[in-house]
Design a protein. Structure first.
Length: 155
């Protein structure tokens, strides 16, 4: 993708760029840089990033924060007709929560080879959830690589 080319609103790249901005907030706060947005009817209804360090809570992943914010916005626990854009493939815990929320679509950037939900069979997702991977994967994975390189250098 040409970085100088404008990104049209309502495209997967536009919404993933918003998730990457959330990941940058996590990076700046010394959190593992994962960001997420939930979109419903071409409108961002929730923005979130990892807060595990700040909240001292292993469940405070970007996806979990986004699910809660979106459910609060919608006034109900189900995220039917919603899409989650997340910079890193969700873990099994987050995939399970997304299944319970009955999210319609998940779009993620970078694959998580160690902890991603696609390592598990059968899939923990709701059977009707559509999954798209690899949208802006280079930008998503670069932020994570930079974070862990910085962490290793400070040891």
């Amino acid at each position: 993708m040409n970085e100088d080319a404008p990104i049209s609103p309502f495209s997967d790249e536009y919404f993933m760029k918003q998730a990457i901005q959330e990941a940058q907030k996590a990076f700046d706060a010394n959190e593992i840089p994962v960001g997420a947005v939930v979109v419903c009817n071409n409108r961002i209804i929730a923005r979130a990033h990892n807060l595990t360090e700040r909240l001292n809570d292993v469940t405070a992943h970007a996806e979990m924060q986004a699910i809660t914010a979106a459910a609060n916005f919608l006034g109900g626990k189900y995220l039917i007709d919603c899409t989650l854009y997340v910079t890193l493939e969700p873990c099994n815990m987050c995939a399970g929560a997304l299944a319970w929320a009955q999210i319609t679509k998940i779009i993620y950037g970078a694959k998580d080879e160690k902890r991603g939900f696609t390592r598990f069979t059968p899939s923990p997702l709701h059977p009707r959830t559509e999954v798209v991977s690899g949208i802006m994967k280079e930008e998503s994975s670069e932020l994570i690589k930079e974070f862990f390189t910085k962490k290793r250098m400070s040891l």
